[in-house]
Design a protein around this ligand. Sequence first.
Ligand code: NAD
Length: 334
Amino acid sequence: MITTAVFDTKPYDQEALLRAAAGPAIDWRFQEFRLTAETAPLAAGAQAVCLFVNDHADRACLAALAERGVRLVALRCTGFNNVDLDAARALKLVVTRVPVYSPYAVAEHAVALLLALNRKIHRAFNRVRELNFSLNGLVGFDLHGKTAGIFGTGKIGRIVAQILRGFGMRVLAYDPVPNPEWAGRHGVEYADVSSLAGFSDVLSLHVPLTPETRHLIRAETLEAMKPGAILINVSRGALIDTKALIQALKSGRLGGVALDVYEEEEGIFFEDLSGQVLQDDELARLLTFPNVLITSHQAFLTHEALSDIARTTVANLRALGEGTAFVEGSVLTC
Ligand code: NAD
């Protein structure tokens, strides 16, 4: 029996994990709070912890886990920028992630944001509910015939590119590891970063957050973008320099911005703060722009993605208990 402390648990996580783990092999300890160095001692007695994107597994936190007998840190997400892998290695902690889950969930959400923002569905919805049937200020543009720029042609970026090709868009892409065979098959053209910024009517980010990609979109990139262009980010908040983004929005050059992630989302996204005063001034400013659409890191939230995530996580927890191999491609440190 593997005792597993699951941090930052929401009802949908619990449901999916319990369904995937039907049977007695795992003793779950579901916690609603996030994992930090301060909360790590509460994992005492567990052999594994299960984390999500805003848990904070820095060196102090991992040391506290290792000291209390934890052997596996199982991330129930793809990105792992919130775990200090060097520290985990030094402490002999195994870290696993979910290498693949429905990329369609995330790609389709990126496109949903693009369509909603461009055609001002978020504003139209509110207007019509107030019996304001005016169309003033709701003009969008045809995607057909326009150019999209895709940063990152991994699992998610490729699907976004294919969907946008289906709309009749020209698709440019940038990836340090290009996939020419796929691009040829789908009529996607690889180009350099400045061409993507300069020619795209829609720019969408599908790259992991690393020291190299932090603030990939900053003042210079925003200045190089085509006036009126739409920027979409469903990857990680810190890919965009928020201060520079606010300046670009204030200048009126950007057509719109849709975000499913935010640089300082930890402690805000996934929580119901509707009865509180929002303390983050930059997020508060972003929410005032009529051409900004924000969702709270929900791109992964489909039944299919949740069950894929739960299946891989449970398989890795069982592998720890049985001493068998972890799911292929999921091991980050061992
Ligand atoms: P992936 O590993 O399949 O693809 C990432 C691609 O980015 C790779 O092809 C890589 O070569 C490329 N890349 C790396 N650095 C780059 C750079 N500087 N410029 C352009 N391309 C670069 O990953 P994926 O499954 O497609 O996921 C992409 C990201 O989406 C994840 O890292 C994660 O942060 C994010 N994500 C968000 C959600 C959500 O719910 N919002 C869910 C899943 C994943």
